[in-house]
Design a protein around this ligand. Structure first.
Ligand SMILES: [Zn+2]
Ligand SMILES: [Zn+2]
Length: 291
């Protein structure tokens, strides 16, 4: 018994199939035979062979494909899509998840990408109910939530970095500080003032601040500038120039002098997340003075 024998024989088609089956010899004939039962029922009286039935089936399918309008094809494609949606997601009403739409104009139609969505879905904001192309709504509540998440994430990153950082007591630290969420660089006296204000306002004071990291923002190097400027000139332009000229050396010396004179104005400051300055003792001292 082959697996094809397990078909039911209850209706007319079943009977027709049983009849066809006895003459099907190859797997392909079996496959097409099953799909073409309807054709077979129409033609069985004429005594067609399975090979002829296959031919007829193929022709019929081809005809149907051609008759299928682009619009129907689109609907069919949309019906076939399986898209997993989360609770806050809906299928894009315009493209139904396909990401493409059929634009039909007079005597002319073309496929365009859907402009209502990015990925076939729309995201419903849990706060205002608006359907958006991304999970980022622009309403106040959603923005607030994102901001809080960002701050929370930053806090977690900071505390992870603090675990690994070198911890320096503020008494052993000789540089200045950057206040949290600000880019102001302050010295120890200004820090003490800031702590005092926080304590008076009964606000939280951090136990540590990051050490200050500085980096010269730019350095004027005449040779580099000349080399870059040669880029759009003729071939090997730079090689034709007298880079070893004493004039150039002299000019570079003057520029270096000027750069040194600018001091910190040429630097940018940032937090060094590898060194933490522990200010707890200082906070305790100030707290005592205030009481
Ligand atoms: Zn869409
Ligand atoms: Zn919203």
């Amino acid at each position: 018994m082959s697996k094809y024998n397990r078909l039911t024989y209850r209706d007319e088609k079943g009977k027709a199939w049983a009849k066809l089956k006895t003459t099907c010899t190859t797997e392909e004939e079996m496959k097409f035979g099953r799909r073409s039962l309807e054709i077979l029922t129409q033609y069985e009286e004429s005594g067609l062979s399975p090979a002829e039935v296959i031919e007829l089936t193929k022709e019929k399918e081809k005809r149907e494909m051609n008759e299928l309008s682009t619009k129907n094809l689109f609907t069919k494609l949309q019906d076939r899509l399986i898209i997993n949606l989360q609770d806050n997601e809906i299928l894009c009403p315009k493209c139904k998840g396909l990401r493409f739409i059929l634009v039909e104009e007079e005597n002319y139609s073309h496929i365009d990408s859907c402009r209502d969505c990015y990925n076939g879905k729309l995201y419903i904001c849990k706060y205002c109910g608006k359907a958006n192309r991304t999970d980022c709504c622009d309403c106040k509540e959603a923005r607030e939530e994102r901001n809080n998440n960002y701050l929370q994430e930053q806090k977690e990153n900071n505390s992870r970095a603090y675990q690994l950082a070198e911890k320096i007591n503020y008494k052993n630290y000789n540089d200045r500080f950057i206040l949290p969420n600000s880019d102001r660089v302050i010295d120890i006296e200004e820090l003490a003032e800031w702590i005092g204000e926080l304590l008076l306002n009964k606000e939280d004071v951090p136990e540590y601040l990051w050490a200050l990291d500085n980096e010269r923002y730019f350095f004027i190097d005449l040779k580099t500038i000349i080399y870059d400027n040669c880029g759009d000139g003729y071939e090997y332009m730079y090689e034709h120039l007298n880079i070893k000229s004493p004039l150039l050396t002299q000019a570079q010396k003057l520029i270096n002098q000027w750069q040194d004179e600018q001091g910190e104005s040429l630097y940018i400051f940032s937090e060094d997340h590898k060194r933490a300055v522990v200010i707890k003792d200082l906070v305790d001292e100030i707290s005592e003075c205030l009481n």
